[in-house]
Design a protein around this ligand. Structure first.
Ligand SMILES: NC(=O)c1ccc[n+]([C@@H]2O[C@H](COP(=O)([O-])OP(=O)(O)OC[C@H]3O[C@@H](n4cnc5c(N)ncnc54)[C@H](OP(=O)(O)O)[C@@H]3O)[C@@H](O)[C@H]2O)c1
Length: 202
């Protein structure tokens, strides 16, 4: 398969890239990293990236940002960071990317445990994760040519523990292999419209 990973040089994306590269042709993308550049917040940038890569069999997103702060400190502009990046960035990848997807191909998006189990300072991050889950459940009904879409929702991953551990009291970090397998299930499996949850119920 020809697989494009937006965010393919990040903490999670690099592990997904390394695994998929053993079996597939993998292209990575990022604003300042990867084989091709893209800012997924901008649909024109997504189109320019896909004009360079050509059609793909799978488009994976392991990118997307949101502001973490106390709700009392969050401004309207702060909420738009997550809405434009993690939410609309991933919607742009699907909306523009469906024209560059081979029949039977798949999209795999990224959210996280915060959609179901938020922690302090995550009103924005939790909100966009939940919105992406609803988007995936709705858009899977309308994608044509047997194109599938799923979202991988992971807990705090082992490779990010040093940065985020204090925000997730009592959470069990997720081994990278388990996260990678969520993406493999989405890409190489047959399911669509699935929220692939990779965490204990905590
Ligand atoms: N880390 C965790 O424990 C964890 C757990 C669950 C879910 N998640 C979610 O999984 C995703 C990836 O997390 P991560 O920890 O791997 O993040 P990361 O290490 O910061 O990597 C993110 C990657 O995305 C790229 N990127 C960021 N914004 C972009 C944009 N607008 N357009 C294109 N590329 C962009 C970055 O490259 P450039 O700087 O070159 O653009 C970077 O390579 C995030 O949405 C995160 O919320 C993370």
């Amino acid at each position: 398969m020809k697989i494009l990973i937006v965010g393919g040089n990040g903490t999670i994306g690099s592990k997904v890239r390394d695994h998929l590269s053993k079996k597939h042709e993998v292209i990575t993308a990022g604003r300042n990293s990867g084989d091709v550049n893209v800012d997924m917040r901008d649909g024109r940038s997504v189109k320019a990236m896909l004009e360079k890569t050509g059609k793909v069999d799978a488009l994976v997103c392991t990118a997307g940002e949101a502001k973490w702060a106390d709700f009392d400190a969050m401004t309207e502009e702060d909420f738009y960071i997550g809405i434009k990046s993690k939410l609309m960035g991933q919607v742009n990848l699907v909306s523009v990317g469906k024209e560059y997807m081979n029949p039977g191909g798949s999209f795999t998006l990224s959210t996280g445990i915060l959609a179901d189990h938020p922690v302090l300072m995550t009103t924005s991050a939790a909100m966009v994760n939940g919105a992406i889950h609803s988007f995936v459940k709705a858009v899977c009904l309308e994608l044509k040519n047997q194109i599938r879409i799923n979202v991988v929702s992971s807990g705090l991953v082992e490779d990010a523990v040093d940065h985020y551990q204090d925000y997730f009291p009592g959470h069990n970090p997720i081994p990278m292999k388990k996260v990678v397998n969520g993406f493999v299930k989405s890409i190489e499996g047959a399911g669509s419209g699935e929220i692939i949850r990779i965490y204990d119920n905590c």
